[in-house]
Design a protein around this ligand. Structure first.
Ligand SMILES: [Zn+2]
Length: 424
C-alpha cells in the first residue's frame, strides 16, 4: 500500500480532506516514522481514536518533567545533536544525543534510531520515555516515539547549534563543534575491545583555552600546526580534566585562516581553579607552605611508574625501584591550597642539580632526605607562579606543573585580581 492509499483510507475513516492527511503522513515519513505509527499520529491529530494503541501521553513543558514521569509528549527546538557508537548487548549501536529546549528550559536526549532531525528543527515528539541520568531527567527516543515537525517554530532563549569555545567545553558535552589549532599530536596503539587499534592523542588550543583530545578514528588532517574546524565531538573527563573526543562521525575541515591560541594560561585564584573541578591549563600564584613527604630523591616502579615505598609497588608488589626526582609542595594563595607536583626536570632546576648530583649528595650524607631538605630550604616561604594541569579528586587538588618560576607579586593581590576578573 502506498502513501496515497493510506491517506485515502485515513481520510475516509476520519471524514477529513485527503490532501491534508496525505501532507501530514508525508511529513512524518520524512522523519523515518514507521507507517503504522504515522497513521496513529495522524488519527490522533484529527480527533480519531488511536486504533487501540496506548493513549498519547500528555503534552508537557520541559521545566515540568521530573524523573517520576513515564512517557511524555513535548514540543521543542533541537539545540544540538551528536552521533556516537556504543556497544549495547554485544552489538554496535549508533545513537544520537544532545539537548532540546522549549520556552521553559532544556533537557538532554538520547535517540536510539535516526529520526533525521537536525539542530534548529522545531519538533513535536510524542511518547518519549523519561529516564534518570546523573540525577536529572533525560528523554529517550525509541521505536515507540513519534517525531513530527511542529506546527509553529519553537522560540527558545538558548544558543542553537554546537559551536563552543574550548573554555566552555565540559565533560558530558555532546555534539559540539570547535575551531582550533593542533598544538601536539601523536599516534598511539592501544588494545581496545576489538584488539589493537591506532588512535591519535594530543592537545588543541583556541584563544580561550587548551584541551587534550583523543581521535578514535584517526583523521589525516590532524597534525601539529593545522587549523581546523571539527564538528560533532563529545567531551569526557580524562585524568581529571575535560578532554575532546573525535569519532568516525566527527568531520574535520581545514580553516583558511590561522586560529589564534592564547600564549598565557587563564590565571585563577586557587579557590576558583579548584571549584572548576579540573583544568588542563591554568596559572596560579602562591606561597609554598611546605614540601611534603615523597619529595626529593624517590624510587619509581619500573612497570607502572608509581612511587615505590619500602621496595613495594601498590600494583606490582616487591620491585627494584628506579631512582627519580620530584617535588610535592603545598601552595597557598589565601583563597585555598593545592598540591603542586614538579617533575624531574623542574625539580633539578629547583634543586640546582640533576639525579646524579642528588644521588651523590645522598650517598655522602648516607641519607636520602638531604635532597628533600635542600629543596625545602629553597622553596618554603617563597612566592611562585605555577602553570600546569589541575585535577581534583577525593584526596584534594593536584597541580602538575609545566612551568614553575619565582614571582615578586603578593599572592593575595594576585588572587583578588583574578577573582575580580572572573566574576566581572
Ligand atoms: Zn608498579
Amino acid at each position: 500500500m502506498d502513501v496515497n492509499s493510506h491517506a485515502e483510507e485515513l481520510a475516509s475513516d476520519l471524514g477529513v480532506d485527503k490532501t491534508e492527511v496525505k501532507a501530514d503522513l508525508e511529513n512524518l515519513l520524512e522523519y523515518s516514522v514507521p507507517i503504522d505509527e504515522a497513521k496513529q499520529s495522524v488519527r490522533r491529530k484529527h480527533g480519531g481514536s488511536s486504533d487501540g494503541s496506548s493513549p498519547t501521553p500528555d503534552a508537557v513543558d520541559l521545566a515540568e518533567i521530573t524523573t517520576d514521569h513515564g512517557n511524555v509528549t513535548v514540543t521543542v527546538r533541537v539545540l544540538t545533536r551528536g552521533t556516537r557508537t556504543i556497544r549495547y548487548q554485544g552489538d554496535d549501536l549508533t545513537i544520537r544525543e544532545g539537548e532540546l529546549a522549549d520556552g521553559t528550559g532544556t533537557i538532554s536526549y538520547t535517540a536510539w534510531q535516526d529520526f533525521g532531525f537536525e539542530p534548529g528543527d522545531s519538533l513535536t515528539i510524542g511518547n518519549a520515555g523519561v529516564r534518570e541520568w546523573d540525577g536529572s531527567p533525560e528523554l529517550n527516543l525509541n521505536e515507540s516515539t513519534t517525531v513530527a515537525i511542529a506546527d509553529e517554530p519553537v522560540a527558545v532563549d538558548h544558543e542553537v547549534g554546537g559551536d563552543r569555545n574550548l573554555v566552555d567545553i565540559a565533560a558530558g558535552d555532546r555534539g559540539r563543534n570547535v575551531e582550533v589549532r593542533v598544538l601536539e599530536c601523536e599516534a598511539k596503539t592501544i588494545s581496545g575491545r576489538d584488539g589493537e587499534t591506532e588512535i591519535l592523542e594530543g592537545v588543541v588550543g583556541d584563544e580561550t583555552a587548551r584541551l587534550p583530545f583523543t581521535d578514535w578514528d584517526p583523521s589525516p588532517e590532524l597534525e601539529p600546526g593545522a587549523d581546523l574546524r571539527i564538528e560533532d565531538v563529545y567531551a569526557r573527563e580524562f585524568r581529571g580534566v575535560p578532554s575532546i573526543n573525535l569519532t568516525e562521525f566527527s568531520t574535520v575541515t581545514p580553516l583558511p585562516d590561522p586560529v589564534s591560541v592564547a600564549d598565557d594560561a587563564p590565571r585563577l585564584s586557587v579557590a576558583d581553579a579548584v571549584d572548576s573541578g579540573g583544568m588542563f591549563d591554568v596559572e596560579v600564584v602562591g606561597n609554598v607552605l611546605e614540601v611534603r613527604d615523597g619529595s626529593g630523591l624517590i624510587e619509581r616502579c619500573p612497570e607502572c611508574g608509581r612511587v615505590v615505598q619500602n621496595g613495594q609497588c601498590r600494583s606490582h608488589g616487591a620491585v627494584e625501584g628506579e631512582d627519580d626526582l620530584r617535588v610535592k609542595a603545598i601552595l597557598d594563595d589565601g583563597t585555598a591550597t593545592v598540591t603542586v607536583v614538579l617533575d624531574d626536570e623542574i625539580t633539578a632546576e629547583v634543586y640546582g642539580g640533576g639525579l646524579e648530583d642528588a644521588l651523590s649528595a645522598a650517598k655522602e650524607a648516607m641519607d636520602k632526605d638531604v635532597v628533600a631538605d635542600a629543596i625545602a630550604d629553597e622553596l618554603v616561604g617563597g612566592v611562585y607562579r605555577v602553570r600546569g594541569s589541575l585535577s581534583v579528586d577525593e584526596y584534594g587538588a593536584t597541580l602538575d606543573a609545566t612551568a614553575f618560576t619565582t614571582a615578586d607579586e603578593d599572592p593575595a593581590e594576585v588572587a583578588r585580581a583574578a577573582l575580580t576578573e572572573v566574576r566581572g
